[in-house]
Design a protein around this ligand. Structure first.
Ligand code: IMP
Ligand code: MG
Length: 188
């Protein structure tokens, strides 16, 4: 059985252009420099493609958290890498790959607010996956909304750290997951 493609490379390009258009409109008469923060590792492909379509001045930074194991969220968030820019009083854009339970972004928003007191926090996310939301969290700018609870791989999304490098988003088949499990086991 072949992969179920959810978003092709071409579709992703269109979705990301739409997100960039919204951001470009916000910064048409730019008076301050926002800091765009990529949530490692999943948001990386989206972040890299998005910032290249943004035609205003920005600073970038990176933060890393983890909450997923296999095909589901553990609900326990760990901060693995913090930002390095001074963002106090700045406009912050957190760029994330997906909102699932909402716990990761909820944690990140609170963490950044508490530790760094930015002027504003805007959440930009590629996929808003609605069914398993546990906290009341909405992104300010969303690429696409997914009504079904599907486990996605590709374009940043991973299965135990593999699959992030594909340039499209898909649902892996059972056979593919078995093959990956074998590979991962032999990699230990
Ligand atoms: P949340 O905390 O449950 O909202 O999950 C957010 C994080 O879980 C994201 O940043 C992703 O890294 C990961 N995640 C959520 N859904 C998927 C998926 O379908 N495939 C791979 N990773 C996912
Ligand atoms: Mg992520």
């Amino acid at each position: 059985m072949t992969n179920e493609v959810i978003f092709s490379k071409e579709q992703l390009d269109e979705i990301i252009s739409d997100v960039a258009d919204k951001l470009n409109a916000r910064f048409e008469n730019q008076t301050s420099i926002p800091v765009f923060i990529s949530v490692l590792k999943g948001a990386e492909p989206f972040f890299n493609d998005l910032i290249k379509k943004c035609h205003f001045e920005m600073k970038i930074d990176f933060i890393q958290v983890s909450s997923y194991s296999g095909t589901s969220s553990t609900g326990v968030i760990h901060l693995k890498k913090d930002i390095t820019e001074d963002i106090k009083g700045k406009d912050i854009y957190i760029v994330e790959d997906i909102i699932d339970t909402g716990l990761t972004l909820n944690y990140l928003k609170q963490y950044i607010q508490l530790h760094y007191q930015p002027r504003s926090i805007t959440i930009v996310c590629l996929v808003d996956k609605k069914p398993l939301r546990k906290v009341d969290l909405t992104a300010d700018i969303v690429g696409v909304t997914l009504a079904q609870n599907k486990f996605l791989v590709g374009y940043g999304f991973d299965y135990n750290e593999i699959g992030r490098n594909y340039d499209y988003i898909f649902v892996p088949t059972k056979k593919q997951l078995e093959t990956w499990d074998k590979l991962l086991n032999s990699d230990k």
